[in-house]
Design a binder for this molecule. Structure first.
Ligand code: B12
Length: 222
């Protein structure tokens, strides 16, 4: 693989944002994801290759390590920050259609629930896996999800809940979505959920971590 893209993957995995960023200490003063992406574009590397073979490789590694409890929330956040800095440079190529996402997914924390830390991590890992995420934020009800599905061409929906009370709202939202859009896959997650609960409410997948959701999307929509 191209040496620059290998370096780029390492920058994302280690959370090296740009040359100024002091983190991680052993990479102080070195180019970060931002500068390497800039160089790669200047060298004429295809922006889709930069995304697939650089940025996504780094985020993929972090996603797997997070699933395996080898790294923790701050590591995912800083990796996502590094990826985001590079994505800014790729934005024009997405707009021109030169770089394409694998598809779109709507994500949100369900009605009555304000917890969004976990949902935001899921968003970052899925985005890092090459998907476009439409984030509805917190306290999102069935109407909000249905409108977003209508507005954007999405393949799946992800629902998050952290309270035993609000997880019950996932059932109504899932049923409403399946009634209107039976083809849309519904993924659910959050600390109090179980596989049995997901089956009971008619969701397509329960995943305890973002990587599980990303693996599912990549398999089902391969
Ligand atoms: C931070 C926090 C808050 C913050 C939230 C800030 C924010 N912006 O999110 C604040 C202070 C606002 C808060 C408020 C409340 N909280 Co609170 N909170 C927590 C706490 C400490 C951490 C939650 C968290 O962020 N975890 C870290 C993330 C990374 O984990 P995660 O959310 O589980 O997400 C991971 C997976 O579950 C999965 N995942 C998550 N979503 C999805 C979605 C999909 C599709 C997929 C595939 C995967 C997936 O991937 C994520 C990454 O691995 C927990 C206790 C705990 N230790 O869990 C209590 C906790 C969830 N809160 C609790 C309670 C009771 C409340 C309040 C009702 C308190 C009150 N009396 O006001 C309010 C409710 C407000 C509301 N309406 O939502 C209880 C819930 C009890 C229960 N069984 O229902 C807990 C368990 C604390 C406790 N032990 O009592 N809380």
């Amino acid at each position: 693989m191209n040496e620059l893209l290998e370096k780029l993957a390492v920058c994302v995995e280690r959370g090296k944002i740009n040359v100024q960023s002091p983190y991680p200490p052993d990479m102080k003063g070195q180019d970060g994801a931002y500068e390497i992406t800039k160089k790669a574009l200047e060298e004429g590397i295809n922006p889709q290759d930069i995304l697939n073979n650089g940025l996504m490789v780094g985020m993929g590694k972090i996603g797997v390590k997070f699933r395996d409890n080898k790294v923790f929330v701050p590591d995912v956040l800083i990796a996502a920050k590094a990826m985001k800095s590079a994505m800014e440079l790729l934005k024009p190529y997405f707009q021109s259609g030169q770089v394409k996402h694998k598809g779109s997914i709507v994500l949100g924390t369900v009605t009555g629930d304000l917890h969004d830390i976990g949902k935001n991590i899921v968003s970052m890992v899925i985005e890092g896996g090459g998907w476009n995420v439409i984030d509805l934020g917190v306290d999102a009800g069935a109407d909000k999800f249905l409108n977003a599905i209508k507005e954007h061409k999405v393949k799946a929906v992800g629902l998050s809940a952290l309270l035993t009370t609000t997880m019950q709202n996932m059932e109504t939202i899932t049923k409403n979505i399946k009634e209107v859009f039976p083809e849309i896959k519904v993924l659910v997650g959050g600390a109090p959920l179980t596989n049995d609960f997901a089956n009971k409410i008619g969701a397509d997948l329960y995943a305890p971590d973002p990587q599980g959701a990303l693996d599912y999307l990549n398999t089902v929509f391969a």
